[in-house]
Design a protein around this ligand. Structure first.
Ligand code: UDP
Length: 325
């Protein structure tokens, strides 16, 4: 039985990974979360420790006690526009705290590390289709802070050969657990599908499309939306890969095809049957025009097989969850 630490395990993605790991039943799981955006009710398995990552004395003590075999690091800040207006928060939460965590992992010989990175590291690429080898040119502090952590992981792995990581570069994660046990509860959410769901259930009067003058077929930005349970499964596969001695690797996590903002809104209208109010607004700071994953490496390296590659399923589960909470 492996001893696993999930930082940020009470949050949107962490809680979905926790659910799969818990159902599997073969690990002893500790969740470290300060509940700033996560919530206790999403922690369906394991032992929850409520603590700030920046409290390094407490984290050190926890590592000393628990003797972890692997760390899955979800804790961090994820909102692109907020990172533009408040970069200090992002360099603290995403870069500095991760650096401290990595030092503690090194000190206690925790040599299997899974990191939540983002497609935002790519920025605007020539054709918007990104392989793991595409040059990273992040456009905003969110992407930059995540990319800095990728560098730290590469340097650690190079210097300390027993240390191995899987970096997952998430494309646009959305939807809710297929059994609707958990979903996205993030306060003040900014993500497109969540905002549309909130508009449908009446939590918002209307929503906006940020820019329709991009160089795309309908003028709105294109993203590769991936169902949160598929992303969670990728983490389980990545963990098994590392625990069996897999070497450090960086993997895109997306389906390999994209939808525009207008297509997503049309799908939300279709699955809900509600013609909710949508306004045009100017471009949002820091948005890349098109981000689509080249999605083959993840299947080859860790054997990931997605089950919910369907925009309607993503939209429906997001909506059903929004009705529930
Ligand atoms: N978007 C939008 N209206 C919203 C929220 C998002 O038009 O209320 C657009 C956003 O400008 C981007 C796309 O939807 O082009 C995806 O944004 P999101 O915040 O969901 O994810 P990101 O790609 O920024 O991580």
């Amino acid at each position: 039985m492996a001893k696993i630490l999930l930082t940020g395990g009470a949050g949107y993605i962490g809680s979905h990974v926790l659910n799969l790991l818990g159902l599997d039943g073969s690990h002893e799981i500790t969740i470290l979360d300060n509940l700033s955006t996560g919530r206790k009710e999403s922690v369906l398995f394991g032992e929850l420790i409520i603590e700030n990552l920046e409290n390094t004395d407490a984290i050190d003590k926890l590592f000393k006690e628990k003797n972890f075999d692997a760390c899955l690091h979800f804790a961090g800040s994820i909102v692109v526009p907020e990172s533009v207006s408040n970069p200090i928060k992002y360099y603290d939460n995403n870069t500095k705290n991760t650096y401290e965590l990595l030092k503690i992992c090194h000190k206690y010989g925790v040599n299997n590390f899974i990191f939540s990175s983002t497609a935002a590291v790519y920025g605007n690429t020539p054709d918007g289709i990104c392989s793991e080898e595409t040059a990273a040119t992040p456009l905003n502090p969110y992407g930059k802070t995540k990319y800095m952590t990728e560098w730290m992981l590469e340097d650690f792995s190079h210097a300390y050969p027993d240390f191995n990581y899987v970096i997952f570069r998430y494309f646009n994660v959305a939807g809710a657990n297929i059994d609707l046990k958990i979903g996205q509860c993030t306060p003040d959410a900014t993500h497109l599908i969540k905002i549309a769901a909130q508009t449908i259930v009446g939590k918002r009067e209307k929503m906006a499309i940020f820019g329709d003058d991009y160089n795309t077929p309908d003028g709105t930005c294109i993203r590769d939306y991936i169902h949160v349970d598929d992303l969670a499964q990728a983490h389980v596969d990545g963990l098994n890969y590392l625990l069996k001695g897999g070497k450090s690797t960086r993997l895109n996590c997306g389906y390999g095809h994209g939808y525009s903002v207008k297509e997503v809104i049309a799908t939300m209208k279709k699955v809900s049957g509600i013609d909710f109010k949508v306004e045009m607004a100017p471009r949002r700071d820091g948005d890349a025009e098109k981000l689509i994953s080249k999605a083959l490496k993840i299947r080859d390296v860790i054997g990931w097989v997605p089950k919910y590659d369907d925009l309607e399923t993503i939209c429906k589960t997001a909506l059903e969850w929004e009705k529930k909470i």
